[in-house]
Write a protein that binds this ligand. Structure first.
Ligand code: AMP
Length: 417
């Protein structure tokens, strides 16, 4: 028996209602804030991710699905959403449009992680990117958007964790301080962190090992090293958030999992805090576009994990809409009536009326039972008498009333109801 690969899942029709619910609200909030849809391929040049996220990040070193295609090209399944959007921004000259260019996407993301509740090897992200403006107001607006999105889904209980990780100018001083601090605990940190200490010290702060987390609490804080520009930016973001009535906590350990972030970073945590339950996160990436070969262009973005949103939507008992049942179910008796049913179904569908027909040769009782299970509003019955008189029998499945309707009138009759 074949099974879905570990860490992946099928989305069956009932579950799909939740997906439609999330994407519908994502589209609505995108429109409110002026974001346009973008879709990028499911795989990219592997270097796009390793170059943008940098070695020494778990996503690049441990989690990317990298492969060579038959032409020997090194490719990677999409490991995150921002770098492909930035690649598209450069490639298609979107810098020629009025800035900021606001784009949103819903995409599968692939990471070779240890599967557990809310953590998959293929998960899906709904992301928003605003590229081309450095104004801290945009940071606040992106956070406001994320709040409105979650609220629109009925998720009420979450908090914003905020930090600033500075820029290329101020980060080296912070890194030096981190290296000094952690060097004292070389024997206590985990083996991964010993490598991080030489390769990518900022990553020491988001190690998930308990002892490393304890040490991170007292580690030198990013905000103590901000240059005046970054400090002002961070002050402004906080000021705008307060004016917008958006509460947040400063989390000094928050550095996010990718190296391209600058200045503002944030995460959305549900109240019951677990590392794999983070609902979403984002931040500024003012050097990324230049790093990928474009002109210096600031940007800020945010992404949520759809599976985790669904988990919370379910947990909070939010009712999502069920798909509308078919208007009619067509039952028939005999081979000749079957042809008639087939043609009638085609003409009703051509008018935009959703119908189902039975198949094979079942008793009328069995067909009515089948109709009931589809929750169709009407059953249309075609038997020998109907064939003779050019009519159909229209059965209202709620009050069980049956009326004979001319075949030529059935479209209008159903459209009226
Ligand atoms: P990231 O790209 O790591 O910032 O992730 C953005 C969001 O995607 C996170 O806040 C989570 O909600 C979600 N997410 C990340 N990794 C996974 C995963 N392996 N499985 C499910 N959701 C994930």
């Amino acid at each position: 028996m074949y099974k879905v690969p570990r860490g992946t899942f099928d989305i069956l029709p009932d579950e799909y209602n939740y997906w439609k619910y999330i994407t519908k609200h994502a589209e609505e909030v995108a429109e409110l804030y002026g974001y346009k849809p973008i879709e990028t391929p499911v795989f990219e040049d592997a270097l796009l991710f390793s170059h943008s996220a940098a070695n020494g990040t778990d996503i690049v070193d441990k989690e990317m699905y990298v492969f060579k295609d038959r032409g020997n090209q090194p490719l990677a399944l999409k490991a995150e959403g921002t770098a492909p959007v930035c690649r598209a921004y450069i490639e298609h000259g979107l810098f020629n449009l009025p800035q900021p260019v606001k784009l949103y996407y819903i995409t599968p993301v692939f990471r070779y992680e240890r599967p557990q509740a809310g953590r998959y090897r293929q998960h899906h992200q709904c992301g928003f990117e605003a590229i081309g403006d450095a104004d801290p107001l945009l940071d606040a607006e992106v956070i406001a958007l994320s709040k409105q999105f979650l609220r629109s889904l009925g998720i009420a209980e979450f908090t914003f964790q905020l930090n600033s990780i500075g820029c290329q100018r101020c980060r080296p001083d912070h890194i030096d301080a981190l290296v000094q601090y952690y060097s004292r605990f070389k024997d206590e940190i985990c083996s991964d962190c010993r490598i991080r200490l030489t390769q990518n010290p900022l990553r020491l702060l988001d190690c998930k090992q308990e002892r490393c987390q304890q040490l991170a609490y007292n580690a030198p804080k990013t905000i103590e090293f901000l240059c005046s520009e970054c400090a002002e930016h961070f002050q402004a973001v906080q000021h705008y958030l307060k004016e917008l009535g958006i509460s947040f906590y400063i989390k000094h350990r928050l550095v996010r999992g990718l190296d391209y972030y600058t200045k503002t970073v944030f995460e959305i945590e549900p109240y019951e805090e677990k590392s794999q339950s983070v609902l979403g996160g984002g931040g500024r990436y003012d050097n990324l576009i230049e790093h990928l070969g474009g002109k210096p262009t600031p940007g800020i973005g945010f992404a949520t994990g759809i599976e985790r949103l669904i988990l919370n939507v379910r947990r909070q008992g939010v009712q999502v809409l069920n798909p509308t049942p078919p208007t009619a179910f067509i039952a028939f008796m005999g081979q000749e009536a079957k042809m008639e049913a087939m043609k009638l179904a085609a003409s009703l569908r051509a008018e935009g009326i959703p119908v189902l027909t039975t198949l094979g040769a079942k008793s009328l009782k069995a067909q009515l039972r089948q109709s009931n299970s589809t929750q169709a509003k009407y059953t249309i019955i075609i038997g020998s008498q109907e064939l003779e008189t050019g009519t159909v029998l229209l059965r209202n499945m709620q009050n069980k009333e049956q009326t004979s309707v001319m075949k030529t009138d059935i479209v209008n009759r159903l459209l009226r109801n």
